[in-house]
Design a protein around this ligand. Structure first.
Ligand code: IMP
Ligand code: MG
Length: 218
């Protein structure tokens, strides 16, 4: 219904309508989509203000720890996108930013155990102080593989920073140096975290309803 109104408006039915007519329609449909996605969650764990408050603290600590160092941030895509954007804008240091693209879940709710690096050239990290940023520490396989790969380029130091860390036994022993929130061993989405590439654009983090995890899909 909403879409057909927008289409008719685009086709000229409402040429004289003021611009706010379109922006009101767009924000109404965007709000509708967010409400639809909210229905797929069992509960919200961290809303936007809670995430931003925690980022303020993390950024202050990182800024202090790296104030006299040559900081290079390596963002692990795609899950860390929102986290990186919001955290780095709170760190007033002359840092460099590079990205690594890896996949380990392949559309499932548990790590496949195989970590695939999706790019040919690795960031230039030689002699630099590296801070790896990722969305979540789960089995530890991804960050262990990232750390091992970056170490081959002989950086001065490597630390790991994650927004979320699951309280569980890990497949690979790995401790993060900076952790936003510790969570139970539940599948979460939103604020960059996905299930089958969906829900990344939710502005908050919540637990996905269990039955959705079990539905067949790619
Ligand atoms: P690990 O290799 O098992 O530690 O998993 C790391 C990656 O798996 C993260 O960077 C996420 O992309 C994904 N992941 C792990 N747990 C979750 C979750 O609860 N929700 C969404 N993605 C997750
Ligand atoms: Mg993912």
């Amino acid at each position: 219904m909403l879409i057909s109104v927008v289409m008719r408006a685009k086709q000229g039915a409402a040429v004289s309508s003021p611009p706010f007519f379109y922006s009101a329609l767009i924000s109404a449909s965007a709000a509708g989509l967010i409400i639809l996605m909210r229905g797929d969650l069992e509960k919200v764990l961290f809303d936007e203000p809670a995430i931003h408050r925690r980022l303020d603290d993390m950024a202050a600590q990182i800024s202090n720890d790296y104030r006299d160092r040559d900081l290079t941030v390596i963002a692990v895509l795609h899950g860390s996108l929102m986290f990186v954007a919001d955290l780095l804008r709170r760190i007033p240091l002359p840092l460099k930013l590079d990205c690594l693209s890896v996949a380990s879940y392949h559309g499932k709710a548990q790590s496949s155990g195989e970590v695939v690096f999706k790019q040919i050239a690795l960031p230039d990290v030689g002699d630099r102080d590296i801070l790896v940023l990722d969305d979540i520490l789960d089995s530890g396989l991804t960050l262990a593989a990232v750390r091992q790969t970056l170490e081959t380029a002989r950086p001065h130091s490597i630390r790991i920073c994650v927004l979320l860390s699951k309280k569980k036994q890990r497949a690979r022993e790995l401790d993060a140096d900076y952790v936003g929130f510790e969570i139970e061993d539940e599948f979460v989405v939103g604020y960059g975290l996905d299930f089958r590439e969906r829900y990344r654009n939710l502005p908050y983090i919540g637990v996905l309803r269990r039955e959705l995890l079990e539905q067949p899909g790619k």
